[in-house]
Each structure stands twice: as structure tokens, then as C-alpha cells.
Write a protein that binds this ligand. Sequence first.
Ligand SMILES: [Zn+2]
Ligand SMILES: [Zn+2]
Length: 216
Amino acid sequence: MQVHSFTAGAFGENGYIATCEATGATVVVDPGACAPQIVSRLATAGLSVQAILLTHAHLDHVEGLGVVRDFTDAPTHMHPLDRPMFDALGQQAAMFGMPFPELDPPEEELADGQVFTLGECSFEVSLTPGHAPGHVMFVSLDAGLALSGDLIFMGSIGRTDLPGGNSQELFASIRSRVLTLPDETRLLSGHGPETTVGHERVANPFLVPQYGGELA
Ligand SMILES: [Zn+2]
Ligand SMILES: [Zn+2]
């Protein structure tokens, strides 16, 4: 599996495309402000988009959804627990003084433990609430990586002060779904640089007790 990241916008959000190299099957993950770059890469490389996957329904992760949908008819997949937040995108945009175009809701619902097949590769959907109620990660143990959304970042963790956020749930998600992955697993998150489970286990100040954290 090959993964490319794209970053843009006021929130510095990372969007991704993941491709099964053997078949060319491709998914777009979290098309935020970087969506025009994603679409241009898809067009140049001639990749066939199988699906658009959303880790959660915050504005910065979906603001470019319309741009990708103009390029492909591939269905959008999201966990249903984030649907109320998707339906409130207008309010999210108003909070940041941003205009927001009407978006049709995601066509497909993701479920915890679901295996999403991408050519000869696959992702397991891992429900990881805390930053948002229906937040999911897309984990590929074969490829040694997780597209981890806004759950955990290099040296930081997802905020829990937005509607639907819950810090106990966030820590439980990190403990049970991130720290249980092999140390070498790459974490490709929604903001900031790539990191690994092993690095965050020993260096993330929110997790390591000697730095005041609660886990690891
Ligand atoms: Zn978010
Ligand atoms: Zn974000």
C-alpha cells in the first residue's frame, strides 16, 4: 500500500490517498482544504477511486468533499455516530466565520471492526471516540500503518472540548486501540507530521506519566 499525504488550509489538515500498488485501487481519506491537490494527483496518476473515507465529520476534514465528489462517483463512508455533526456543518462553519456549501450526506456507514478491502490491501475500521463520537481510524496491520485522524498526534492528542468530545473516551480509545498496535506502526494523523506508536508511547507528554500524562 502506498499512502500520499496532502496538507492545506487554515487548520493545516492532512488529507490522504491510499493506493493498493498491485491493482491501483485507491481511497481518498479526509478531503479537507487539500482536496484540489488530491484531485490533481488522482487525475495525473490515473488512479481509480473506490471510496471516500472520513475519520470524522469536523469541517476541516470534509470541507473539500464536494471537490472530490465532482471528480468521482465513489461513495463516501462515515461512522453513523458522526452524522449529527455532519448535519451541523453549517454551524461548524459559522463558528469559524467560514462559508459552507451544502453537502449531501455520506452514502455508506462504517462499523467498528469492519474490514474495508482495497484491491489486495485492506483496512480495519476502528471506532475511537473521544475527539468526536463517531471518530474512526483506518488500520492496516499488513501495511504497518494507521490513518488515525484527530485521535493522537506527534506529541499531542485530539481536543475534547468540541461538541461530542469526551476526554475519558479519548484516553480509553488511545489505550485500547493505539497503544495495542505494534510499536513500528506508522501513525498518519489529521494534523502535523507522521509518527509511530512506539515514539508516542515513550515521548507523548499526554501519555507518559513522568511528563504528567495518564497512560503508557
Ligand atoms: Zn477534528
Ligand atoms: Zn482536524
